[in-house]
Design a protein around this ligand. Sequence first.
Ligand code: AMP
Length: 228
Amino acid sequence: MGLPSALDDEGSEMNVILVGPPGAGKGTQAKFIEKRMGLRHVASGDLLRKAMRDETALGLKAREFIDQGELVPDDVVIGMILERIFEPDCERGVIFDGFPRTKEQAEALGESLAEHGQQIDAVIFLNAPRDILLKRIAGRQTCRGCQQSYNLYYFPSKEENICDVCGGELYQRSDDQMATARHRLEVYFRQTMPLIDYYRGLGLLHEVDGNTYVEYVTDRLSYELNAG
Ligand code: AMP
């Protein structure tokens, strides 16, 4: 299909969306792709959690929805993302993680990119079986200091509840607790799954199995993005 390669130095930007259920490994993979391909990782969940920590008006509004495992309203999230992705550090392109999550968000993103002479070049659908997703979500721990993530079952820190990287305290996100995790999966199936067909229809969809070793998934993803 001949995607523009983000590895070349011609300065052509490339915008990639990672879509998939919570726990599929979008955040982990996006960080590798950011390093490997020079795209900027933009994660809507991370931006929302930062706004909550900073107690901005947006953060306070988002908290009501996030704690319930519901989606934050489209207008709030769309405004936040469109402000972020045209900042100078996103010039080489963006790897979107957790956005868009609804058809409205996808359309708003497409329109705004077009206004800036840009487009979505590829959409990667990362998936894994439901029981694995739940275990990944419920076992997830994050460092309060550097935001590094761990998993109690698959990738524990060397010392219990202490970050290997910066020594910070590890915590479990409130929306990662089992009941909320189950609800987030339902929300995903109802509100975000339709995007898979939407992007397939646009000829942009690439499917990657997220239920294997992290390194294999990264290689597969890089292959899809470079070789099309
Ligand atoms: P994540 O870190 O991507 O799992 O997102 C955590 C939570 O933030 C989600 O369960 C939603 O409540 C909210 N959120 C993140 N991204 C979006 C989005 N694109 N649209 C609406 N809500 C979002």
